[in-house]
Design a protein around this ligand. Sequence first.
Ligand SMILES: Cc1cc2nc3c(=O)[nH]c(=O)nc-3n(C[C@H](O)[C@H](O)[C@H](O)COP(=O)(O)O)c2cc1C
Length: 432
Amino acid sequence: MFFSTTDSSGRILAGNKVFTAVSGFAHRELIGQPHNLIRHPGMPRAAFAVLWTNLRNGKPFNGYVKNMAKDGSYYWVFASIKTLRDGTHLSVRFKPTSAEYERDIAPLYASALAAENEAISGGASERTACDAGIGILNAALSSSGYANYDEFSEAALTREMLSRDRNLSDRKLALFPERLASGASDEENRSYLWLISRYSHACKLFRALARVEQLSKSLQTEAGSVIALAEEFRVAALNTHIASSKLGRSGACISAIATFLTSYATDMTHDTDEMRRHLREIANSARTINASVAMARLELEMLLYFKAEIATDQTKGEDDLLPQLEEAFEASTSTAEEAVSALAAALPPVATSRDLLAQSAVSIQMAQVRGLTEAARVKEASGMITMFEEFRGKTRKARQEIETISDVLGDFAAILGPMGKCVSELATTVRH
Ligand SMILES: Cc1cc2nc3c(=O)[nH]c(=O)nc-3n(C[C@H](O)[C@H](O)[C@H](O)COP(=O)(O)O)c2cc1C
């Protein structure tokens, strides 16, 4: 695990020992140089374009990077990069090991690079070539079910960290020693041990968050079925309306029922639109919580690892990098705290939409029963019996699905309190 910092234009300001060792350059050969010193020619422009666009927009970047060491050999990293308060950037990296990485990333980058190079040989500008690469990346991500690069990279961050956890535990390896090297003071050791205890808290929280992701997904799926049903109601109500208008005077009552059905179905569509909006907020907040807790854990890990590294090497002057790692960790935990609040705020509106939908479903069911009676009574309307029966099946299904949404919302509300508490506790770690 290693890190480096750069100025706002990507010139290397500092890095830890492992960064220097892996790159094969001497410390003095790296400092002050642009980070593209270790750029591998196999990297597509598109990946760096996404990196810089994210940083410019105040967002972190998480992603795979292939680097070239001084001797020409390559090494892959998963990099988690963010901007600090003073405008410098911090990149924390580790070795990717997931099966998805092994299978997908090198071929994906190769095809993005090929598209870029083809554009360049066709006379296109660097910018157009880069867009061609971005097009390839986006197409691949969307065919794997990701809405955008951020969604992919956040999932990849979690996946890589879990994969590394498995590797370390299979090989019974620890990332950092249990105590600092013998030269460290008692005070340094105390603070180190405290951070280790907080780190295990961060790991537990990180693993528990899989449940948030799961709940967010099942909420989207369940609500998706209700949303689809609301649309079916709207179409069915419209058909009933058209059929009843052909009945003339004898169908006046059925026509009135059809009008009610249409109006309830319209209410349902409106409520599902509202629900959809809040569901998007929930999905985004759940992703942000996961990604920022994962980043916080990584930064805390880097902090611990670096503390152990400085203590071992007795390197002077490098402890001034500690506040930067601490700041990065604090920023991640406060992003997680904000996302927990945003998620908590989005749950009640979904519950409100669910209640309104349930009311509309009951009203539709009542109108349907009346419609069925009328269709059986009026001879000319017998053809509409099946239409009203269809409503019966759909309302039953809608009510069941609304019930499931309630269950998921209940589960969400139940974990949100303890989870928020854990995130807030984690946020106080380095201020201790
Ligand atoms: C914090 C930070 C870390 C970076 N780390 C790397 C890296 O490890 N390898 C790399 O090729 N580029 C890295 N970059 C991106 C480079 O600055 C640069 O955009 C990239 O190498 C492409 O350079 P070029 O288009 O000038 O060839 C990093 C940028 C930042 C801000």
